[in-house]
Ligand binder design. Structure first.
Ligand code: G6P
Length: 475
């Protein structure tokens, strides 16, 4: 790592990614020396290969309060850290992003909180990101802004840099306009987004929700995918369309095929006592993921003896947003539920739930995917869900089964999964039982069709199709 980048490159990047997070995490050695390692997470997994291929600069936040802003290089990438004060972390990140927008955009699964102070912090932080991007971009550059944390950046950028082309991609759902209308600052958010030339959403339904919100919440005319926007310098057309995100499926499959990954997968099964059925859940510990619904369904199946004597559930729940109240409450409830199920069903040395409140490297995740008989992906709402695609990518021998919530973007593409409504506990239980008992021929047929979809639509083609359309959009 080189802590300071050559300043001469500021203002010279033809491609600029602006995302809430940097694609690296900071480690501090005992001597105070900082180093950076690639960070886990869907957004980073999705974008890093694109960044490397296209070159360019990535603007984001390190994840630490009061960390120093500035340009640096890590893992061969040009990065610019935007600094957030402790107050901004509280009001912008924990507040407006994760206690207002996150629950609102996920169909109010948890009640969103509307605080005027948080909105002001959101405006100020979006302004810092926009200023950093404006300073990095070369004349006529392409700037790609990501996700709900930065919805005001497109307009702020356009006001400073009329010469650049601006794309925005929303990684989470865009809610129906009756729910979006609750947001006291709905008009400002729509106007912020409409600073872009092209707006990408995970699904057609999300894009349609946005187009309706433009008409209803901002009174703007739309035609097909286009919204007519009147700026100070005339009338523009902004396009809003679906670009379902994906993963680097070939790279993940290559990890899954390694001897050491396969060995690790069989060691995992051995360590679990060679279960008849190994179920797996891998999620950020988030109330949108339906972890409790899944645990409750599993607990009832154990009560009823429907999974045979030797079933095991491995639930990885990686720590997330731990200072936000709804996340603390969820963690308590998940841990209570795991304890209850284990208390009722464990024998010495063989608990039926292995709960891991940790994050893992990709290699370990690939081994877990390989070890599992059935993958449980049961969100109440999810923009895409890349875990579902990762599982499919790893199952190169075409075995295994995927239970997938119909409220994920992935369900639109992975139609050969066992589709479930996670609110319907009986239906969820039946789907889990079916997934554990299908014959190898049916499993192969389903997995083959899902693998065809994931391999044919990887993250590189996702980025290419968004950037191609952005290039073609009249700027
Ligand atoms: C989701 C969001 C990302 C976010 C990630 C992790 O995938 O779409 O924008 O970065 O969650 O959440 P965090 O709050 O840790 O950034």
């Amino acid at each position: 790592m080189s802590p300071v980048r050559n300043k001469a490159r500021a203002g010279q990047h033809d491609f600029v990614v602006v995302a809430s997070r940097l694609p690296v995490d900071r480690d501090e050695g005992p001597d105070g020396e900082a180093s950076w390692r690639p960070s886990p997470g869907g957004l980073v997994t999705a974008l890093e290969p694109v960044m490397r291929e296209a070159g360019g600069v990535w603007i984001g936040w390190s994840g630490d309060a009061e960390s120093a802003p500035g340009a640096f290089e890590a893992n061969g990438l040009d990065l610019v850290a935007v600094g957030l004060s402790a107050e901004q972390v509280r009001d912008y990140y924990e507040g407006f992003c994760n206690a207002t927008l996150w629950p609102l955009y996920h169909d109010v699964i948890a009640p969103p909180q509307f605080e005027r102070r948080w909105w002001e912090a959101y405006v100020a932080v979006n302004r810092s990101f926009a200023a950093a991007a404006a300073a990095e971009a070369a004349p006529g550059a392409t700037i790609w802004v990501h996700d709900y944390q930065l919805q005001l950046v497109p307009r702020m950028l356009r006001e400073q840099r009329a010469d650049v082309r601006i794309g925005f991609f929303n990684h989470i759902p865009f809610p129906c306009c009756e729910i979006f209308a609750q947001l006291p600052w709905r008009r400002q958010v729509i106007e912020g987004l409409l600073g872009a030339d092209l707006l990408g959403f995970q699904s057609r339904a999300d894009a349609t929700n946005f187009l309706r919100a433009c008409r209803r919440a901002a009174g703007l005319p739309t035609k097909g995918h286009a919204i007519r926007v009147r700026d100070t310098d005339g009338v523009r057309e902004v396009q809003a369309a679906a670009f379902p995100i994906s993963i680097d499926s070939a790279a993940l499959e290559a990890i899954a095929r390694r001897d050491e990954t396969r060995k690790r997968a069989s060691d995992i099964r051995l360590a679990l006592g060679q279960p008849d059925v190994l179920l797996l859940g891998i999620d950020r510990l988030d109330y949108t993921k339906g972890i409790l619904h899944r645990l409750n369904a599993y607990g009832e199946l154990l009560d009823e003896g429907r999974l045979g004597p030797q079933a095991v559930l491995v639930q990885v729940a990686s720590p997330s947003r731990e200072r936000v109240e709804a996340y603390r409450a969820l963690r308590d409830e998940v841990e209570r539920t795991v304890s209850r199920i284990n208390g009722e069903h464990a024998e010495v040395g063989s608990p039926p739930v292995h709960y891991l409140h940790q994050s893992y490297a990709r290699e370990e995740m690939a081994a877990l995917y390989l070890a599992a008989d059935v993958m449980l992906v049961t969100p109440l709402r999810d923009g895409m869900n890349l875990v579902a695609k990762e599982y499919v990518a790893c199952r190169y021998d075409e075995s295994g089964a995927l239970v997938l919530s119909e409220f994920t973007g992935a369900a639109d593409e992975l139609t050969s999964a066992f589709g479930v409504n996670p609110h319907d506990i009986d239906g969820l239980k039946d789907a889990i039982v079916r997934a554990t008992t299908i014959g190898p021929a049916e499993a192969r047929r389903r997995m083959r069709s899902m693998r065809r979809q994931v391999r044919g639509h990887d993250v590189a083609s996702w980025a290419a199709s968004f950037l191609d359309m952005l290039r073609q959009t009249p700027g």
